[in-house]
Design a protein around this ligand. Sequence first.
Ligand code: ITT
Length: 199
Amino acid sequence: MQSLVLATGNAGKQRELAALLQGRGLQLLRQTELGVTSVEETGTTFEANALLKARHAAAATGLPALADDSGLEVDALGGAPGVYSARYAGEHAGDAANTALLLQRLQGVEFAARTARFRCVIVLVRDANDAAPLIASGCWEGHIALAPAGDGGFGYDPVFVPQGGALTISQLDEVAKNQASHRGQALQSLLARWPGSLR
Ligand code: ITT
């Protein structure tokens, strides 16, 4: 069985990535269990930050690493919060504060104009100096709801209504989310190019 570090400290991402990778003969190790601390996300793109996180976890553990950098782009806010989604309301603000700030900034904007998308870039490195990392991305279009609804998922899920539906992600189950989400799309695309051996 091949060991792989999930280079994220986000419990919601860990859960979704583990479900998407189930049954593929991989032993998934969480970076937190291996004592890997979070690296400073100094990049200005999802790709740069995902690479930083993957290389950092691979360097700390000596194992192949998979990282996800993702975020929400809202058109009426010029693409914010984007790569700053996790720290929109401040460095240590949590999901509830980030979501509340988002709704506050969108006050007065009608539903039709609240177009948005989740983006995700997933990176796999075989080792910290991997010169040819595997990189894949996914994008999930939708609208920002007028008010939060549902209690599933994490992050901005209670206020994101995927295109073509009427429910927020938090009102869907995790299987349905993984089938359609930015993260699910990115990982499926990466899995199509998954190397035969990780070492
Ligand atoms: P790691 O860096 O440790 O992976 P993080 O939460 O800091 O954890 P990011 O820097 O990639 O990760 O920030 C992503 C943020 O975007 C995340 O905290 C959520 O606020 C939001 N986000 C990303 N994917 C999401 C999803 O599927 N549902 C809801 N919010 C999501």
